[in-house]
Design a protein around this ligand. Sequence first.
Ligand code: HAM
Length: 417
Amino acid sequence: MFQAPKGTRDIVPPESHRWQRLVAVFAEVVGRAGYGLVQSPMFEDIGVFQRLGEGTEVVRKEMYDFFDKGDRHLALRPEGTASVVRAYNQHRPTVPWKVWYLTPCFRYEEPQAGRFRQHHQVGVEAIGSADPDLDVEVIALQHDFYRALGLSRLSLRLNSMGGPGDRQAYAERLGGWLGRRLGDLDEADRANADAYPLRVLDSKRERTVAVVADAPLITDHLSDDAAAHFARVQAGLAALGIACEIAPRLVRGLDYYTHSTWEFAAGALASAQNAVGGGGRYDGLAESLGGKPAPGVGFGAGIERILLAADAEGALGGASGSVAVFVVDVTGGDAGRDLTFELRRNGISADRAFDARSMKAQMKVADRSGAQLALLVGEEELATGIVTARHLRSGGGQTALARDDVVREVAALLADR
Ligand code: HAM
């Protein structure tokens, strides 16, 4: 028997009801700020994703790439931003282009709790404005989204990578500094110190962590413009009541970031997988993908991890896919079929039993369905033109309803409870 591939999962009811709820909350929060849905292909020319950085794990080790039958070198998207920026370049929409997405992301990682080979993100990108207030908007929307889900034990860490010049100068300075301490670094990090020094700041290896604790900080080497941008972002967050910790070693795992970069961590999750979302500015990405220069900022938030954090905090409970009404017919099925569709076509959610089972068996399914009302149709009901409504929750009891007026009477009963 086949199983889902390693590092992937099926999302089935009832968990999928929580997904729907999460996505609905997200769409509501960002929709209120003028973001529209963008859908783009799940695969792209591999060059699109190579711009995430030759030095990143995502590009070097984790890409699901393949050649199609036309010998095109393609890859499944490991994240959402590069495709959106490629689409921006292609369509040249009016700016700022504010979009949101829900997407699977594919990364060949070692699976563990909260780390998958196919994970899912909701995210936004806002392209075409360099205004630091847009960074504030994006961070605040991410914050408000978690809040709307009922998560409270989250912390925000914020850094600035400066302008592209700052980032480059800092990488060189850091590379030189690390070069003088190669012997103290964990062996696995030494190769990166010269070619990709920023990656060394990401290392979780003990020896390396101890060394980089004293490394020069990017925030001490920002240009005046970048420092002003960073200050405006911090002031904006403070004004909106969003607490954050300045984290000068937070460089994140993708290379396109300039200026603001941030991560939200869930206090309820183990530290290796506690990032429930991250984002930043990427002012050079559109140009590196062959478009005109266009600044941008956005975030991606991992659905699986958010749900783990929600479990730990007891948030997002009660999201259910229950129907309101369950129809039980022991007269052969015609009456039940017609009644079920009459309810549905009039806006009342309804389900029914199949396979002409006994009253007892159908009532069991009705109970399990989570419906508030069972509507019973037996020979007597058929003969007298009624339907018996049995209350499955809140104390039981039953009421006879006129078959002719059943939609109105069911709606009234449901509204009453
Ligand atoms: P990222 O930090 O690589 O950023 O991923 C965003 C979020 O996706 C993470 O914080 C985490 O919640 C989730 N995530 C990442 N990898 C996995 C995994 N293997 N299993 C489960 N969850 C995972 C980005 O992808 C950027 N595109 C974010 C962004 C948007 N920056 C600017 N705009």
